[in-house]
Design a protein around this ligand. Sequence first.
Ligand code: DGJ
Length: 748
Amino acid sequence: MRPLLNVIDNRIFHLHNDSVSYILYLLPNNQLGHLYYGPRVTATAQTLEAYTKLESKSGGTVHFSAENTMFTLADQLQEYPVYGTSDFRQGAIAATRGDAPLYLNFTYQGFAESHEKPRNLALPASFGQAGQVTVLTVDLADAAHGLTLQQHYAMFDDSAAVVRWQTVTNVGDAALTLTRALSGGLDLPTADYRFVQLSGNWARERHVKSRPLAQGTTAIESQRGASSHQQNPYVALQAADGTLQSGEAFGFNLIYSGNFQASAEVNEWNQTRFMIGLHPDQFAWRLDPTTSFTTPEAVVTYSNAGLAGLSRTNADFVRNHVIAPIWRDRPRPVVLNSWEAAYFDFDTEKLLKLAAAGKKVGIDCFVLDDGWFGHRDDDRSSLGDWQVYAKKFPHGIDGFAQSIHDLGLQFGLWFEPEMISPRSNLIAVHPDWVVAPPHERRAIGRNQYVLDFANPAVVDNLFAQMSKVIDATHLEYIKWDMNRNITEAYSQYLAAIGRPQGEFFHRYIQGVYRLYAKLLTAYPDVLIEGCAGGGGRFDLGILFYSPQIWVSDDSDAVERLKIQTGTALGYPLSAMSNHVTAVPNGQVNRTTPLETRFNVALFGTLGYELDLTQEPQSVLDAIAAQIRLYKKLQPLVLTGDFHFLRTLEDGEHNTVAWAIEAADHSRIAFGFYRLLANPDGNAVDRLRLPFVDSQASYSISGRAVPVSGAVLKHLGLRLPYEFNGPNQAVAELAGDFQSKLLILTKEG
Ligand code: DGJ
């Protein structure tokens, strides 16, 4: 049933589905107050009484106006606050006219309810079918400053989530500048939470970091022009006494790929204000009369089953309301990628041998990575010149694609559309297309500059170049890479059309989305995999267009245990592109067993990235068996429920256990990983599987006797035997970096 909106006494708005309630109300000054977000409740006019604060809390309080000296915004939970209006916390919105700050005062005008949220490629946003979604729009206005503000809230029938965004419109007759336009968040009455963030760097993205809130501000941000390797826009507030599996937790994310800020500010009364949105630094948007600005969508999710429960809510939300419906349940191709197999060092013959070897082991799609265009023999040239490198492909890229298709494989190609090399034809013709003020020193990263995607002519040029290649090759897959962050942010185009440079970062990302939209409109069946020097832009904005994203350039199985754990807190497994690569690993020089590399990679979208022509037959046979098994398990990855059972933070910090249960509960894939061998093993090591059906019996791959669900639930699943002196004959894990995959099948 679609979510319902109850309006009580014309001042309380209660949006709810079967699992959660979101309640807002009119404060005494007619601004919007926040009442509640959490498990479904029944709201009445009395609900408000529990929250109403009319008395100032302490002597120093400043009151909102001379008319009401009992009322201050300083301690009110609010929906979209403004700094400096008796509230000293950070606000969600700020504007200036000339050099004068505007103290905005948006008061209630009315509301509207709708039941449609169609998917529209123009900008990334959540979507739902008619009858599945309720959208509440509250209209507010600040007549003195000539502005209106629409607060939008969307709730879907199947998700413990509320989506928030805003539209600000200049209805006055003079321009003003928005200097802050966050997407909102959640004001909470206490500060008993931990701030859980996914942070790291290139090759170690999205490691889980957690710290308790304290009076003051806890924040993460990116000002790199991309959501970044260093910080991810997904943040959770976890109950201070919660665990991975228990306790209340709120999730926050942004359907956006550029600069962002997420902060939790705790005030003097231990109230928490969580906000997320466009980073206010480097942002200044001129709002001319009659124009509007719409903020990216913020997604707020809820679970009372800990971070693990929240991860399932997040995954379902993303699969059902962000990822393109055509890819939600559709098997993704198992790719063989040329990068770590050949880097820049290849010719047609070498690649065709590689592709043929891939076909033999069951690969679906051959992906030609970097190095196929311009005169690209290393990373110092040719970005921007998307024409085939004739020396490597004498029969053209179309001829090569035909040879791949003739092998019975799909064809995929790497592009890095947003970049330009100092040595390229494009820069010679369009030096003004580089992001940077003209004639000034500019920083360089990976030997390349960034193209000004705020300029529509740049986007059109890239689309024209790419579509020529797509039309010639009939490719099925694109890897869209992006390998450096933006410095000296400046658009010569914006300068020429008289727009403020403070609009650049947002307009840049809008240009990225415009290219995505043009490509997917022209080629709706092409699978575009996102990538940014590994996982430097793993966010919901990209996932709206790309159903999967390359997780990290670090494909070592042990490193991936950490990276995939963090990523799975906020995103579905189907979004994670994982490749089995060669050993010793190129990033950390570690040698892990092939089985462990596969057992980690299968918790996502599987691919291979190694020179199969150099591998012995035994390895090729093992890979062929892995691909066959993966194809049987892929429906679980796409539509099943992921369960964190043990992470490296738990216990002895040496083992990890993950499981995916099929959507129809018929099967479970259980992965167990042990980093270092343990001389005295664990006498009886078992793990409870709390989600199984206690009435059923389960057969377990490689084990003779079925086990009842009740035993698995309460006593636990026996973990694989570890090697030690006496048990050598039966040991299932011997040595370092071992793992075991068990398939549990429900028997009735
Ligand atoms: C960075 C990507 O993450 C890699 O997978 C590879 O595509 C290289 N770029 C190619 O330059």
